[in-house]
Design a protein around this ligand. Sequence first.
Ligand SMILES: NC(=O)C1=CN([C@@H]2O[C@H](COP(=O)(O)OP(=O)(O)OC[C@H]3O[C@@H](n4cnc5c(N)ncnc54)[C@H](OP(=O)(O)O)[C@@H]3O)[C@@H](O)[C@H]2O)[C@@H](O)CC1
Ligand SMILES: Nc1ncnc2c1ncn2[C@@H]1O[C@H](COP(=O)(O)OP(=O)(O)O)[C@@H](O)[C@H]1O
Ligand SMILES: [K+]
Length: 510
Amino acid sequence: MEPQQNLSHTHLFSAQQSRQIDRFAIQSLNMPGILLMKRAAWHAFQTTQAFYPDIRKLDILCGTGNNGGDGFALAQFAQLQGKEARIWLLGDAQKIQHDALTTFKEAQALGIPIQSISKYPSAQTHHEKRLIIDALFGTGLDRPLSAELQTLIQAINEKDLPVIALDTPSGLDSDSGRILGAAIQAQHTCSFITYKIGQFTLHGRDLCGQIHFFDLGLPDDAYRQNLADSIGMHGMRYWRDKIPKPDSTHHKGRAGVDLLIGGNSQMEGALQIAASGSLHCGAGLVHIYSPHSGYLRDIPEIQCHAPENSDLKTLIAKADAIAIGPGLGQNDWARQSLRELIENAHNKTLILDADALNLLAQKDDSEIAAIRKTLQQGHNEWILTPHPGEAARLLNCSVEDIQNDRAHAIRQLQQKYGGIVVLKGNGSLIFDGKQMELCPDGNPGMAVGGMGDLLSGIICALAAQNKNPFTAACLGVYLHANAGDKAAETFGLAGVTPSRMLDSIGKLLE
Ligand SMILES: NC(=O)C1=CN([C@@H]2O[C@H](COP(=O)(O)OP(=O)(O)OC[C@H]3O[C@@H](n4cnc5c(N)ncnc54)[C@H](OP(=O)(O)O)[C@@H]3O)[C@@H](O)[C@H]2O)[C@@H](O)CC1
Ligand SMILES: Nc1ncnc2c1ncn2[C@@H]1O[C@H](COP(=O)(O)OP(=O)(O)O)[C@@H](O)[C@H]1O
Ligand SMILES: [K+]
């Protein structure tokens, strides 16, 4: 995904921020709320025509808030274009107010049938195909759905009719991507004014289907005040353009020296994948430090060092960036290597992954504080790359706690451990204590052994070549996810493997 570079297209906002942006546009920029609602409905109607031009009958399921208001307005556009629109109302019509009341009354005046959703046929009784418009709840959904509403939503999902959700699928928490009891499964979602965080994390991507974004004409000024706590989604090109391109004076010393530590017994493959990732990402020199490095002599580009004949301190001194973790294990050698790295690194970027994170998770608060101090005194930066399981160990909580609010979890991780945190998974997040970025790319085919090792190697190579570790982490995550998407295109989801992604990484960097 390569969004355009205006603020609305490159940031994700919470439900509360979305409301503040709406309010700012209406109150400070004098954009009438009703105009925004009509624009939203018009774009959504155009979306119905773009994807389902032949469906004549629209079932528009509306709540009593402004999301329902969008639905009442869409019903009018549909009716005026000769479609058969029916409104199915959830809740008491007396509750409808303001702009939604205006569009409700207009729909009534046009003679559009409005019935209670309790009368909505539970089974498909019509032969002619119908399109469902989900305008039950948008950003105003603020609590779990009752058992009755959950049953209703499940029944809608079981109809097997195409669904276009307005703003966000009803039942999806716009902030976290959680399902609040039950949620509409949409094929398309028309997101208005803001991209919502929950659309790109946890269940959001699956429930939204294809997302179509409409800023409704709001200028950048409407978003600026809410940027502080927003999440960036700048796309791969943005981060790639931040790194200098190699020119003809390029030489291997300038392309960065990587050191990768790991590859303990039975886990040599992990370090091999990480090293291949570094090599394919333009690393000038890749050194590995592993107790079983003999197997890597097959890859002539990699310089292998074993503990019995190499001094780790010397290797650390030569490297620009050092990744520790792929296949590291947790034995004495692993612990000793992590300790030596922390004590001897100066002006380096360290990437901690896998068992290096598990070892870190075993430390108490005072030990963590001491490590952070040592790293700081040595002018080092570290990048921690946990998957949700490792993140749970680092925060001493459950994986569910992490996944239920990933943005909150990454803030807690960064606060506890400092540096830059990459919280991997669907909608990987990158946070340095100030800026947060979400990468919407990648696919479930990437949930395969070795994928995280590849990412460590990629980030290590980029960090060795760049002064800015946050850029290295963001670009690394995007490159990795896009290489995964390319592999999925060629080989199918089941055919995605780290080795099959290597060849596209270099191309994606150009
Ligand atoms: N100018 C603008 O502002 C624009 C806004 N736009 C649109 O407005 C949407 C936001 O509208 P909104 O704030 O009115 O909230 P909305 O999503 O309709 O939900 C509120 C309703 O849901 C109800 N409710 C909540 N949770 C519930 C639960 N668990 N179970 C049951 N009921 C529950 C709640 O009821 P109550 O809490 O009062 O009982 C209330 O009735 C936004 O997503 C976008 O589509 C666009 O038109 C662009 C311009
Ligand atoms: N469903 C998904 N969508 C997008 N990316 C995914 C998905 N599942 C896994 N990934 C990515 O694949 C990588 C898996 O890393 P990790 O769990 O550490 O793997 P391993 O430990 O097997 O090397 C992460 O970068 C993660 O973001
Ligand atoms: K909705």
